[in-house]
Design a protein around this ligand. Structure first.
Ligand code: G3P
Ligand code: CA
Length: 313
């Protein structure tokens, strides 16, 4: 558990805070952060790219439906436009989810906002298609925050941070300016340990989650983690989890690769024993959801928050 988060309520002596006239705001801030950490001890429904099983990912319909379906967090993936805007989109490139071409980072905000980010969903999912999805726009982080403020919590991923040296600073400055750190409204996640540690250096009060991706090693010797942040699950030691717990409150693992489990209940138990929450991704089938609930996970990323809500009600 992040020590700063654990101790924020006692970081300034009360007498000092009173002398500075800060006691009430500090108490409110500490209360909000403590409340967020307390809430994270309960099961969390994380709407993966919004309710992206029902509506085009990372668009207003996906976020609106996620809220209606009882999501605790809206998940956002971030890239940056050519003119430095924080854009909410999963892929580095535009082709899969818009009618644009090339990298997000090659286009200014105005051009990105002109794209259709909804029609692809109707073509790919005729059984869930809705006329209103056609023409849905890509969103900026600012737009999402302007709309929801502190009414929701945000689970934000720094995508390909090696491509955007300014992303961490821009993100933290935005969150601070909007009061979303002090209000306990945000978790930041990344596959990049370096990105998370940059965020922590900028603001140590933001709960962080280390994403991990396990797949078969090229040499055929078991599993490997994508960025090398842990050994294969079968070889993870308590020290490996404790190293993550130095900066993060939890881990977000994939569960299955090519139809085979890559983690098991023992992974969850060992992470818990070392003070880490476990939020697996991306879990869409009720049977799989129930299996992970039985393992004792602390939340799940899902494209179908409605299905998960039904199970955990
Ligand atoms: O952030 C959890 C999960 O979303 C990571 O995978 O590729 O869907 O961003 P991806
Ligand atoms: Ca993500």
């Amino acid at each position: 558990m992040n020590r700063t988060l654990m101790t924020i309520a006692t970081r300034l002596p009360l007498v000092t805070a009173l002398a500075l006239g800060l006691a009430a705001p500090l108490t409110a801030q500490a209360d909000a952060l403590e409340q967020q950490l307390a809430d994270l001890q309960d099961f969390q429904i994380i709407a993966h790219r919004g309710a992206s099983g029902h509506a085009p990912e990372h668009t207003w319909p996906a976020y609106e439906q996620a809220r209606e379906m009882g999501a605790d967090y809206l998940e956002l993936d971030l890239h940056m436009s050519a003119d430095g805007e924080l854009m909410v989109i999963h892929d580095t490139t535009l082709e899969r989810t818009t009618d644009g071409e090339g990298k997000v980072s090659e286009h200014p905000l105005e051009a990105l906002k002109a794209l259709d980010a909804g029609a692809w969903f109707n073509e790919a999912n005729p059984e869930r298609a809705q006329e209103a999805y056609n023409g849905a726009q890509l969103l900026t982080l600012d737009e999402v925050i302007d709309r929801y403020g502190t009414d929701v919590r945000y689970y934000i991923e720094t995508k390909s941070p090696e491509n955007y040296p300014e992303l961490q600073r821009a993100l933290v400055e935005t969150l601070e300016a909007e009061g979303l750190v002090d209000s306990g409204s945000v978790v930041i996640q990344s596959f990049s340990r370096d990105s998370l540690q940059q965020v922590q250096a900028l603001n140590a009060d933001i709960p962080l989650v280390q994403l991990v991706w396990y797949s078969p090693a090229e040499d055929g010797e078991g599993l490997t983690e994508w960025t090398g942040v842990t050994p294969a699950p079968a070889k993870i030691t308590d020290a490996d989890f404790q190293a993550i717990a130095e900066y993060a409150v939890g881990v977000g693992p994939n569960v299955v690769y090519d139809g085979e489990d890559v983690i098991d209940a023992g992974f969850v138990e060992q992470a818990h024993a070392n003070g880490l929450l476990v939020h697996p991704y991306t879990i869409n089938e009720p049977e799989q959801m129930q299996r992970l609930l039985d393992w004792g996970v602390d939340g799940m990323f899902t494209n179908f928050p409605d299905r998960l809500s039904e199970l955990v009600e």
